[in-house]
Design a protein around this ligand. Structure first.
Ligand code: ATP
Ligand code: MG
Length: 553
């Protein structure tokens, strides 16, 4: 498994380029065709290493780093195993969050597009109707979150007696305290000889013990030896400066680093609301994703982010695991997670399939133990940088805005307004008037730029369709890692937190939303039922409408 990058000599083994090819796998034509149409040219190492054991019906425990193509690694052999047109649940895939269930189902459906198979996505917060229809029609592949899957089992709308294979994606999370009971209750409904697949980027040593009774002589496939860190993710830490409020630390760090796009991870929902509001108020385009939002809103935000239409997504750990956003340049940790493994999943949202990415973390004194664990246990290397002084930050902020003004100026004739500018300078309300004009300019200029980007993207897609002659995605080489050195749901506000159970076992809590239908729950900092979601929307809307204040927080 040697890698070759840009004609350079082969170096270390890669997590992204396998020696084999899809042709070596002897895939049936419909799947081979779908793989090619998805733009996958060569299999990744995890796809090569797990194909045969899974296709041959073995139980597997697989560890492979974030962004190395684990989804297709279980999807392709699963598809090779299930016959067409069986019209009953034949494969069950469970994920910890709804967003991940949707994404995994999309990938499986794309790979199954030339097969006579139906994929149904079963998750909470969405209407039962479509799920029921597909289940009744006999969908062969069921992808979902444990809460809603179990609801269907209870209602007898999902029968697993003839299911051949079950996959736990993010297996360590699925077997964590918060999920364990529900997941194993579901596993109890599978036939004894059902094949079990466990996949994650972080696999604890005792995982086999935890679910031993469900496994039969599992093959343990740990890629990259003891290595956890992703070489092509550059990890940067900024020691927090307690002299300013934490949101200001974030603004200063963003001012220094100018990330193109980022997920900003917060440890609590209340922090996500605060940070999203602060970013919007300061002129940054930011969307909020947490378990308080209605499911439709969660899906809207996710779709926008995946299309690259939002610069910052401020999220709890519901976005930490599995979510695949192509070309996300940065991951920001507003706070470090307590569990170092979650750090690896969070930062793994960037640097996928061999691309480069950067993680930026604000680290305060109390978080040093997470940092030490990451360095010692997982071998993560950090570069330390310092936040600018307020003067430096203001200077950078001013220069950035002047540059943007100049860029806008170049395409315009405005000299007729120079006398007005001179007049305004002498007026007592001059600063207010200029501030309004600037706000107007920056809002419109950014809107125009977003529209230009959209048009360009539209044009590119049209061109690609034309060139390709069909819907195939452009070829996506599994790229070698180059150069520089790389997760659980969510919590309420810090003060409301009380021990591990209250972590909401993370999306888990979001997903418990689906259990709300069964009348259970609800902990943490959620507003009263009728008000849920509205509050977050209102905060974002309000903040968008406010004046842009330089570093106001
Ligand atoms: N053989 C391949 N060639 C090129 N791209 C691929 C290949 N296989 C998968 N990909 C793409 O790589 C990206 C990452 O894949 P995937 O989400 O399955 O990673 P993962 O290993 O499950 O990561 P995580 O641990 O974060 O869940 C996706 O955009 C996927 O479409
Ligand atoms: Mg994954």
């Amino acid at each position: 498994m040697e890698t070759v990058s840009d004609g350079a000599p082969a170096t270390a083994p890669s997590d992204y380029v396998a020696q084999g090819s899809f042709d070596d796998m002897g895939l049936a034509e419909p799947v081979r065709l779908a793989v090619a149409e998805r733009g996958y040219v060569t299999p990744t190492p995890v796809q090569s290493a797990t194909f045969r054991p899974i296709r041959d019906g073995k139980d597997v425990i697989v560890r492979s780093k974030t962004g190395t193509g684990k989804t297709a690694a279980f999807a392709i052999p699963i598809l090779e195993r299930i016959p067409d047109g069986r019209r009953r649940p034949s494969a069950l895939v469970m994920t910890p969050t709804r967003e991940l269930a949707i994404q995994v189902a999309e990938e499986i459906a794309a790979l199954a597009k030339h097969r006579d198979l139906t994929v149904v996505t079963v998750y909470g917060g969405a209407s039962m109707g479509e799920q029921l229809e597909k289940l009744e029609a006999g969908a062969e592949i069921v992808v979902g979150t444990p809460g809603r899957i179990y609801d269907h089992i209870r209602r007898k709308t999902l029968r697993l007696e003839e299911t051949m294979v079950c996959c736990l994606d993010e297996a360590d999370e699925m077997l964590n305290m918060g999920f364990f009971e529900e997941v194993t209750r579901i596993l109890d409904h599978l036939p004894d000889d059902a094949q079990q697949l466990l996949f994650s980027a972080t696999v604890p040593a005792d995982i086999e013990q935890i679910i031993r009774q469900y496994l039969t002589e599992p093959e343990v496939i740990m890629l990259s030896g003891d290595e956890y860190k992703v070489e092509n993710i550059h990890n940067v830490i900024y020691p927090a400066v307690d002299a300013y409020p934490k949101p200001r630390n974030l603004l200063y760090m963003i001012e220094m680093e100018e990330p193109e796009t980022a997920i900003v991870f917060c440890n609590t929902r209340s922090d996500t609301s605060l940070v999203a509001a602060v970013l919007n108020r300061n002129g940054y385009d930011a969307e909020l994703l947490n378990g308080d939002l209605p499911q439709k809103e969660r899906e809207r935000v996710m779709a926008k982010v995946k299309k690259g239409e939002v610069r910052f997504m401020v999220a709890t750990d519901i976005a930490a695991r599995g979510i695949d956003i192509s070309d996300l340049s940065h991951v920001i940790n507003y706070s470090l997670p307590e569990d170092p493994a979650i750090f690896l999943h969070r930062v793994g949202r960037t640097g996928r399939i061999g691309k480069k990415g950067t993680s930026l973390s604000i680290v305060s004194g109390a978080e040093i133990h997470t940092l030490t664990a990451l360095q010692k246990k997982y071998g993560v290397v950090f570069e330390e940088r310092s936040l600018p002084t307020p003067e430096e930050a203001r200077k950078r902020w001013t220069e950035r805005h002047v540059a943007e003004l100049k860029e806008g100026m170049s395409a315009s004739i405005f000299e007729a307004f120079i006398p007005l500018a001179q007049e305004l300078r002498g007026r007592s309300d001059g600063d207010f008037l200029v501030a309004f004009a600037l706000k107007y300019f920056f809002t419109h200029h950014r809107m125009e730029r977003a529209q230009d980007r959209e048009k360009a993207e539209h044009k590119r897609e049209k061109h690609e369709k034309h060139e390709g002659g069909h819907e195939a995605r452009p070829a996506r080489e599994a790229r070698p890692a180059e150069g520089r050195g790389r997760e659980r749901g969510e919590r309420g506000g810090r003060r409301e937190r009380g021990g591990r159970g209250d972590r909401g076992e993370r999306d888990f809590r979001g997903d418990r939303g689906e259990r709300g239908e069964r009348g259970e729950r609800d902990r943490g900092d959620r507003p009263p039922r009728g008000d849920r979601g509205k509050r977050a929307h209102a905060a974002t809307a309000r903040s968008r409408d406010r004046r842009q204040r330089p570093f106001g927080s």
